[in-house]
Write a protein that binds this ligand. Structure first.
Ligand SMILES: [Fe+2]
Length: 193
């Protein structure tokens, strides 16, 4: 392979990396907008007497998603800072909305913001895996393009998103209990004895 071809390949990888960085930033900005209505809905349900049986699960959900909202805000800032350091702009408002809506539609995330917290956790699990897939590719793309700092930022986000996905994985029984309680269907929980 000639030097010219190699250099050309790197420039193309860098261009693709910027595109991917903008998409990941758009996903994080969209996630931030989804957290707030969801957290408000969980808070409202904590005061709902019909949900008294699962109030401990709602508390846990609020804690876990509240913590991941803080992490996601830090991710959004780090990705934006990286775009600025590379002298690139994030996607415009409309394109950002379209990218996030496209991703959400692909993941069928219609229930976020609704009252079914089981469905919210299920959709959050799908969204985390979309973020993980995009970040895996971004980290590798940045590494191949020789951009160590972008690879580092992507990896840091990846660690938090993998941890969040793993937390949901450990809580499927609780997710189901919340889904049943949201539909006012009584059920025994595995820890009921
Ligand atoms: Fe996430």
């Amino acid at each position: 392979m000639s030097t010219t071809t190699t250099t050309h390949g790197i420039a193309e990888q860098q261009a693709l990396m910027i595109e991917q960085l903008r998409t990941v930033h758009a996903m994080k900005a969209a996630a931030l907008r989804m957290f707030d209505p969801m957290l408000r809905a969980v808070e409202a349900e904590q005061r709902n007497p019909d949900m008294a049986e699962v109030v401990d699960l709602l508390d846990n959900m609020l804690g876990a998603f509240g913590e991941h909202r803080t992490q996601t805000a830090a991710h959004e800032r780090a990705l934006l800072r990286r775009l600025e350091q590379l002298d690139r702009r994030p996607l415009g408002r409309l394109a950002r909305g379209a990218a996030a809506a496209g991703a959400a539609a692909r993941a069928r995330l219609g229930a976020i913001g609704g009252q079914n917290h089981g469905a919210n956790a299920r959709d959050a699990f799908v969204y985390e895996h979309l973020e993980i897939a995009l970040l895996e590719l971004l980290e590798r793309l940045a590494t191949r393009a020789g951009d160590v700092e972008t690879a580092r930022v992507a990896h840091a986000c990846l660690v938090d998103d993998r941890a969040m996905a793993a937390k949901i994985t450990r809580n499927w029984e609780n997710v189901l209990s919340l889904a049943l309680a949201s539909k006012r269907i009584p059920s025994r929980r595995p820890d009921d004895g």
